[in-house]
Design a protein around this ligand. Structure first.
Ligand code: 5AD
Ligand code: FES
Length: 348
C-alpha cells in the first residue's frame, strides 16, 4: 500500500530506477491478480451530439467543425452483432451528453441487443437522472462508465463549465446503488493539474472502490479553447496507471485509445505496466472520423475487423492471451449474478 508521500514521489521522481521498479511492481500485481488474459470490450460510438461544452473535448457543443451524427437503433444493433461475431464478450455504447435517444428508445435498444447476443453491456452516456439509469439497468445494462475527470473542484469548474463535480460523483453513487458495475477515471496532464491534484485524484479513485478505472493523457485539441496548452505525457499517464494497479489490486484497468494515440506503442506499454483491458473500436468506419475527441486518434480509417486482427497480433507479441469470458468485476463475489444487485466482496 502506498502512502500519499510515496504516491507523490512516484509521480514526480526523475530517478529512472525508481520508475522502473514502480512499473515492475505494477506488472507483478497485474499478473498475480488478473493473470495474463486481456479482456476485450468493443466500443461503439453511437452519437457525437453533445449539449455540453467541456473545454478539452473535440465534440463539445460549440465546436462548429464537427459533423454531428446519431446512429439509428438498427445500426447500433448491427454494430453490436459485428462485435459479437468478432468474439468480443462485451460492448460499450458511448455518446456525447444529450437526449438524442429518448429513454424509451434506449431501453428498447438495450433489450434488443440483450435478446440477440450474450454480450455484457456497458453504457457511457454521461449524467442522467436516477430514473433513467434505473430504466437502463432494468433493460439489461450491466456496467456504466462515467469519468469524473479531475477531483479538483476549481479545475473541474473551469474545464466543465456546465457540470458540477458533486453531481457527477452523486451519479457514480446512484449507479452503484442500482447495481451497476461502475467505472470512472481521469485525464492526466490537464492544464492546471498539479502533482497534488493528481495524488488527490488517485486517492479518490481508490476510495470510490471502482470496478473499472479508465485513464488517458489529455491531448490538446486545436478546435477547443485549450488549443494552446500542452498535452499530457505518456510517461506520467503510465505512472498513474501503475500506481492505480498497485493500490487497487483487482480493478479492471484499460490500455486506452488516448494512450495509443499519443504513442504508437502506448497501449502495449500500458499492458506491461498494470493494464488488463483493451477497448477495440467497433464503430462503423463511416462514423469514426466524426467522433474525434482529440487529434491523432487511432483507427479512424479502419473497420472493426481490421482493429480486431491488429489487436490480436499486438497481444501475441506481448505473450498475452485474449479472455473468453465477459470479464465482470472481480469485486463481485463468485456465485452472484451480474444481473442482480450483487453483493460486493472485499478481497483485499
Ligand atoms: N484528450 C484526451 N482525452 C479526452 N477525453 C475527452 N477529450 C479528451 C482530450 N482532448 C476523454 C474524457 C472523456 C473520455 C470519453 O474521453 O476523459 O471522459
Ligand atoms: Fe460533451 Fe463534455 S463536451 S460531455
Amino acid at each position: 500500500m502506498l502512502t500519499r508521500q510515496e504516491i507523490l514521489r512516484a509521480l514526480t521522481t526523475s530517478d529512472s530506477g525508481e520508475v522502473e521498479a514502480l512499473f515492475l511492481e505494477a506488472d507483478r500485481v497485474r499478473r498475480e491478480q488478473m493473470g495474463d488474459e486481456v479482456h476485450l470490450r468493443g466500443l461503439i460510438e453511437i452519437s457525437n451530439i453533445c449539449g455540453r461544452d467541456c473545454l478539452y473535448c473535440g465534440i463539445r457543443h460549440s465546436n462548429p467543425s464537427v459533423r454531428r451524427y446519431r446512429m439509428t437503433p438498427d445500426e447500433v444493433v448491427a454494430a453490436a452483432g459485428r462485435a459479437a461475431a468478432l468474439g468480443y464478450p462485451s460492448v460499450v455504447l458511448q455518446s456525447g451528453e444529450s437526449d438524442v435517444y429518448s429513454p424509451d428508445e434506449m431501453t428498447e435498444l438495450l433489450g434488443r441487443i440483450k435478446s440477440l447476443h450474450r454480450l455484457a453491456l456497458t453504457l457511457s452516456l454521461g449524467e442522467k437522472p436516477r430514473e433513467v439509469y434505473a430504466a437502463y439497468r432494468e433493460a439489461g445494462a450491466d456496467r456504466y462508465l462515467l469519468r469524473f475527470e479531475t477531483s479538483s473542484e476549481s479545475l473541474f469548474n473551469r474545464l466543465k463549465p456546465d457540470s458540477s463535480l458533486r453531481e457527477r460523483l452523486e451519479c457514480l453513487h446512484v449507479l452503484r446503488e442500482l447495481g451497476y458495475q461502475v467505472g470512472s477515471g481521469i485525464m492526466v496532464g490537464l492544464p492546471g493539474q498539479t502533482p497534488d491534484i493528481l495524488a488527490d485524484d488517485i486517492e479518490l479513485l481508490r476510495e470510490l472502490d471502482l470496478d473499472m478505472i479508465g485513464i488517458g493523457p489529455f491531448i490538446r485539441n486545436p478546435d477547443t479553447p485549450l488549443a494552446g496548452k500542452e498535452s499530457g505525457t505518456l510517461d506520467l499517464t503510465l505512472r498513474v496507471l501503475a500506481i492505480l494497479r498497485i493500490l487497487t489490486r483487482n480493478t479492471h484497468l484499460p490500455a486506452t485509445t488516448a494512450m495509443g494515440s499519443i504513442d504508437p506503442q502506448g497501449r502495449e506499454k500500458a499492458l506491461q505496466r498494470g493494464a488488463n483491458v483493451l477497448m477495440p473500436n467497433v464503430t462503423p468506419t463511416e462514423y469514426r472520423e466524426h467522433y474525434r475527441l482529440y487529434p491523432g486518434k487511432i483507427c479512424l480509417g479502419d473497420s472493426p475487423e481490421t482493429c480486431a486482427s491488429c489487436l490480436t497480433t499486438r497481444l501475441a507479441t506481448l505473450g498475452r492471451t485474449v479472455a473468453k469470458d465477459p470479464g465482470h468485476s472481480r469485486k463481485v463475489k463468485s456465485g452472484s449474478q451480474p444481473g442482480t444487485t450483487a453483493s460486493r466482496g472485499r478481497d483485499r
